[in-house]
Design a protein. Structure first.
Length: 278
DNA sequence: CTTGTGTCCTGTAGGC
DNA sequence: TGCCTACAGGACACAA
């Protein structure tokens, strides 16, 4: 479940391994992983491309190539990226990029929901429309209480649902939305348009802070180990989670004797402290 | 436009 | 032991 902090961590770790390298050829093990263009077009287009840099937009990782091309990767639920030895096999590997130094850049994903796209910069296909309509990065200055308030105004859906809407705040997923609502002291089921101004302010701040903390601690590696750093290591934000995955456990706020509850909201399992969050 | 629901996909956990 | 079902969840299609 890579969200913004996990993708950012992956970006920072992969950068020194990929920048300056040339992709010799791509091996597509599962054709449905290629979101754009055709598999043949993808293989043809990626061969010989040099990696100029790594960027991130929301949960998308963008590998900037020469000739105005971008390799866009979305890990969805269980995607994993790593650089391995040329003869090293990778479990659940879907696409492998042979590099000019004898190593390979591997995209693995058990569930086959993730996608990779090879696109011309400034000419994104329909398949990436979601990326184009994405809202601001919640860790940047253009995301603030005024912006969030404007986007929540008049909305009757639970605030939790809107935090997962990438058009409002990109990069937020199930873990960090629960954590942000806890920090802001807001119940996930509250109708978004009914939040008081001070609550919206707290929420905007909490989102920025929790995502920044997530990056600082290299993301959240849960027990299932689905998210791992490119070198196989684990993040450590899971040790700092206040509510996510802590159903039935005592609230972590000092002096609070609340017990963390779990509830399905918008088809997602949602965690909150009934004492701290109102 | 907004809101809610179903689907994609596969591994894993739990019940019996 | 093995079969079956529910669940995990990001994005998107679709209906109302």
């Amino acid at each position: 479940m890579p969200e913004l902090p996990e993708v950012e961590t992956i970006r920072l770790r992969l950068r020194p391994l990929l920048v300056g390298r040339t992709v010799v050829r791509a091996h597509v093990r599962r054709p449905d992983i290629i979101g754009f263009p055709s598999v043949a077009g993808f293989r043809r287009g990626i061969a010989g491309r040099n990696v100029a840099g790594l960027e991130r937009r929301g949960k998308y990782l963008v590998v900037r190539l020469d000739r105005g091309m971008n390799l866009v990767v979305h890990l969805r639920l269980s995607g994993h990226l790593e650089v391995v030895g040329g003869y090293e096999e990778v479990r659940y590997e879907r696409v492998r990029f042979e590099l000019d130094n004898g190593k390979a850049f591997s995209f693995a994903e058990p569930r086959v929901l993730g996608r990779v796209y090879l696109v011309q910069r400034d000419k994104y296909p329909r398949a990436l429309a979601g990326m184009m309509s994405m809202g601001p990065e919640p860790i940047h200055a253009d995301f603030d209480a005024a912006y969030l308030g404007a986007r929540l105004r008049g909305r009757t859906t639970p605030v939790k649902n809107l935090l997962l809407d990438q058009r409002i705040a990109c990069g937020v997923g199930n873990i960090y939305s629960d954590e942000a609502l806890f920090r802001a002291g807001i119940r996930p089921l509250r109708r978004a348009g009914r939040l008081a101004k001070v609550e919206v302010g707290r929420l905007a701040r909490a989102l920025t802070d929790v995502l920044t903390d997530g990056i600082k601690w290299c993301g959240t590696t849960l027990g299932d180990g689905r998210y791992r750093l490119p070198d196989g290591g684990a993040g450590s934000f899971q040790k700092r989670l206040a509510v996510f995955g802590r159903e039935g456990e005592r609230c972590r706020r000092r002096g609070c004797d609340g017990v963390v509850r779990r509830q399905r909201i918008g088809g997602r399992s949602t965690h909150f402290c009934p004492v701290c969050q109102r």
